[in-house]
Design a protein around this ligand. Structure first.
Ligand SMILES: Cc1cc2nc3c(=O)[nH]c(=O)nc-3n(C[C@H](O)[C@H](O)[C@H](O)COP(=O)(O)O)c2cc1C
Length: 320
């Protein structure tokens, strides 16, 4: 079987090579349900949550409310100490997550100031303690999502440390903390990591279509291809990539785009109540991208106060 026909396997978990990455505030339960309606078995990630928030069921622990059909689901933790890890692991596993991820790549100021996210890459001693504690309390597969490094590139040493601590797979977004989400990803660094560790390596950064996925494969030889911002307004993208990788075309009609946006609104309202309508606002522009008069249609949707009206405006695009 060719590389593109094989699934990825981590312990008992098997899934296609195209993975739905975490984007805080975007890839919530409603959005994952939408992605799932196109991609029946893709691995999806929860939004990032601090272990203590999950352990003590603070506000953000709502992220633990997911639907069974969102699985396989990788629940993403952040942590800056060992405190709360045992309870958090117990809670997420009791909820039935398929995998747990530790984020050591987040560049956000509030996160790094607390010593978590990408700041952990600069503190391998604390990182090792946290990772070993997580490993000890997890029976599901355990992954880590990292950057090139915090202030300096050290992803290769950290990848080897993660493997030695019993981590089952790693994702590398090969940029430093200061580069945040732009600039040329360090493909060579990931190629090096892939050669030196034996656990699966996923690449994150700039994969939006088959061309970019294939280029990443040629440059790095990684096992998995994570799509994060490429999911905006395109919940079908993982399926599109899968089809393209099998040599098949995949086209999305205007009708599919619009009815998917409407379905997104329905799912947001079902999950968040009335607030759902406002939460659709950040997704509207990507759905309408490329449409004639997209700006005006989007603006009207934003100014409308009822979900029923927003639906009508969206569906009216199909009768124009
Ligand atoms: C607004 C925003 C929020 C993000 N939130 C998370 C997050 O919660 N956890 C995480 O591991 N990565 C997060 N990321 C990083 C992405 O998952 C991904 O690694 C990065 O954007 C590069 O990949 P892309 O070009 O496919 O988006 C976020 C990125 C953005 C732009």
């Amino acid at each position: 079987m060719s590389f593109w026909h094989e699934k990825l396997t981590i312990k008992n978990l098997s899934f296609p090579r195209f993975i739905g990455g975490p984007v805080d505030g975007m890839t919530d339960s409603p959005y994952r349900q939408l992605i799932r309606s196109f991609s029946p078995d893709a691995l999806l990630y929860s939004e990032i949550r601090h272990v203590r928030c999950v352990a003590h069921e603070l506000g953000g622990a709502k992220a633990l409310n997911f639907q069974a059909h969102e699985r396989p689901l990788n629940f993403q933790f952040t942590a800056n100490s060992e405190e709360g890890i045992e309870a958090a692991c117990e809670k997420v596993q009791a909820k039935g997550v398929d995998c747990v991820d530790l984020n050591i790549g987040c560049p956000a100021k509030n996160i790094v100031q607390s010593g978590s996210g990408s700041a952990l890459m600069a503190d391998p001693v604390l990182l090792e303690k946290i990772v070993k504690k997580l490993r000890a309390h997890l029976s599901v597969p355990f992954t880590v999502k990292m950057r090139a490094g915090f202030k300096e590139v050290n992803a290769l040493a950290i990848a080897q440390l993660m493997q030695d601590c019993g981590v089952d797979a790693i994702t590398v977004h090969p940029r430093l903390q200061k580069e945040r989400f732009s600039g040329e990803p360090a493909y060579g660094l990931v190629a090096d990591i892939k050669k030196k560790v034996s656990i699966p390596v996923f690449f994150s950064g700039g994969i939006t279509d088959w061309e970019s996925a294939r280029m990443v494969y040629e440059l790095t030889g990684v096992d998995g291809f994570m799509v994060s911002r490429g999911l905006y307004g395109a919940p079908w993208i993982l399926q599109e990539l899968h089809e393209n990788s099998q040599g098949r075309e995949y086209t999305v009609s205007l009708e599919t785009k619009i009815t998917t946006a409407v379905r997104h609104l329905e799912l947001l309202c079902a999950y968040y109540g009335v607030a759902g309508q406002y939460l659709l606002r950040k997704h509207i522009a990507p759905y309408l991208k490329g449409l004639q008069d997209a700006g005006n249609i989007g603006k009207t949707c934003m100014e409308t106060e009822s979900p029923e009206e927003v639906k009508k405006i969206l569906l009216s695009v199909l009768s124009q």
